[in-house]
Design a protein around this ligand. Sequence first.
Ligand SMILES: O=P(O)(O)OC[C@H]1O[C@H](OP(=O)(O)OP(=O)(O)O)[C@H](O)[C@@H]1O
Ligand SMILES: Nc1nc2[nH]cnc2c(=O)[nH]1
Ligand SMILES: [Mg+2]
Length: 159
Amino acid sequence: MSEKKCIISWDRLHRDCRKLSQRINQMDRKWDGIIAITRGGMIPAAILARELGIRVVDSISVRTYSHQQIEEPVILNDVSATEDGENFLLIDDLVDTGVTAKFVRQRLPKAYFATVYAKPEGRPLVDTFIAEVPQDTWIYFPWDLHLDYVKPIAKEADE
Ligand SMILES: O=P(O)(O)OC[C@H]1O[C@H](OP(=O)(O)OP(=O)(O)O)[C@H](O)[C@@H]1O
Ligand SMILES: Nc1nc2[nH]cnc2c(=O)[nH]1
Ligand SMILES: [Mg+2]
């Protein structure tokens, strides 16, 4: 389990997904649809679909982690909108070791693969991403979190 944390708020996630949309829009390509890698890719894919005006949204369900422990990736539900991913955007929230990315790329070799965040090990496996996060840091997404009380920094401060 990573010790360092990178906390992503809804606001930041939305901003970074818009940045990703902007970059993809500038490619001036015609996309036949978006494929989200569930579950993490679903919210980024929804934001990209809205920004880019893409209405065909499919998913591939892959599980690689269980309680922050990496396992052998398994397809739980396959994509149906495309055979090889040609002219499709493939979206995930992040790439870490690259195990999921490598596995999904074998299934959809022609897709354009974009993630919002990337750690150094997985970075070479994506076509584009928005922000790099250190390898020893665990990214917490807004759907993993809730607002809570924090103690004041100074011991004497009122609580
Ligand atoms: O580069 P890797 O080391 O393979 O890690 C990246 C993958 O891990 C997380 O998914 P996870 O398997 O936890 O499933 P989830 O999306 O359903 O949360 C994340 O959403 C990526 O898909
Ligand atoms: N939420 C989350 N899932 C992951 N799967 C692999 N690495 C990560 C990470 O840093 N955060
Ligand atoms: Mg995932």
